[in-house]
Design a protein around this ligand. Sequence first.
Ligand code: CLF
Ligand code: SF4
Length: 525
Amino acid sequence: MQPTQYVGIQDIKTLGTLLDKVAEHKGCGTSSEGGKASCGSSVGPADMAPEVWEKVKNHPCYSEEAHHHYARMHVAVAPACNIQCNYCNRKYDCANESRPGVVSEKLTPEQAAKKVFAVASTIPQMTVLGIAGPGDPLANPAKTFKTFELISQTAPDIKLCLSTNGLALPDHIDTIAAFNVDHVTITINMVDPEIGQHIYPWIYYQNKRWTGIEAARILHERQMLGLEMLTARGILCKVNSVMIPGINDQHLVEVNRAVKSRGAFLHNIMPLISAPEHGTVFGLNGQRGPSAQELKALQDACEGEMNMMRHCRQCRADAVGLLGEDRSAEFTTEKIEAMEVAYDGATRKAYQELVEQERQAKSAAKAAEQQELAQMADQSGLTLLVAVATKGQGRVNEHFGHVSEFQIYEVSSAGSKFVGHRRVDQYCQGGYGEEDALETVIRAINDCHAVLVAKIGGCPKDDLQKVGIEPVDRYAHEFIEQSVIAYFMDYLERVRSGQIEHRPRGDADIRQGAYTSVQSTSAAA
Ligand code: CLF
Ligand code: SF4
């Protein structure tokens, strides 16, 4: 594996330095030390039409690859909702809580527009403005579309996105199209009203409150109609589904088929978030959410049908930043009112061109590693999960102790792919390792063979090795997927040479460890 040049991109503060680097850049094919990067390299999926790739390439939710580089923000202009879901309670707010419906401040369209311009000036890789609540955007159409109007007038480069329960969607398709909204998410949890009645106690439709199976039937019909109308207009439609064990978990395979047949672009199955302190019906009933492993199994089962989103972070309705980070506290109304905000589209464009260079280098590095893997002609059928410590940019660039979320990659002779993320308690607390936190980390990644980190201390390293998770810091600051493939090749070599013995990982393996060093086992014996 060739080392790649490290170009850290965080936000506008580093733009001057980065523009200097562009000046140094000697043209195509010279952007990585290994000379592997090429400005002509493709970064889009080969099977995607170019016009579709244009729409998704810098949308962090619609492109997994883009989410390492581009940020989104939400503005909370839509407080009301026209239905009730048993997993929602919008009264609950906690600044540390990240889940849909949660918001610290509600905004007017004018306040929202100023916030968008302030964030765009500070975070030039923020490319998407979404309205996702805290209620339903289309139950608040005047506020939602006024916000879109103000933003599109000043910042036409920012993509507009909205997320709805779908009940009012068919009534607003023309307006959505008129504002060039290319991305609409519908939350569809059922296609069978028998199941729907256990998720939705009521809806409010045509000036009337509907309950029970009739409410679920109307909602279902409106969702399907809205989806069909959107896809007929060429608007990309993502479907979000909340996985509720015992209620719709088996049924979501059927939902997947139904939305695929109506032209949905992407399906995002998310775990139910449920706790009594949230005050939701499911939380108070003790309805559990699925485990990470249950979620992955369902996503895998649906993957043959259509593209699955696995990098969703179940954002707050006022989230700001890369998926997985939340910078909303930097942009409170009080702080924004004190800011001088000027929208500078040219500087944003220059910055995003740098991001594209980084993406091309990453894509070329992965392709080169993939080629080396193909040359190994591996027939073992091995598949490993690898946890990665990253703070963005598609690099292994976070210290083990600072991780609050690991990204999980699956790797086999076919290559690597992102399959999810696992939230954990930070191991390093004020300079000290926290043993309780280490336990949560081990539990969260216990099906992984290795954890790739920028750095790790001696104690956690030993503890991870004891449970069979291999801590690896030799890929520090390298691109993630290139590193995951390189690790896999190294693992294969060690298995082939008899240095280690492969063991599949699973809950049962945790005490013994997934890989066993043959040498150390014999030494111990
Ligand atoms: Fe926001 Fe949703 Fe648009 Fe993305 S979020 S409105 S599509 S810009 Fe993204 Fe957040 Fe998951 Fe939503 S990670 S909850 S899928
Ligand atoms: Fe809450 Fe959204 Fe359901 Fe409305 S549609 S009840 S805001 S989760």
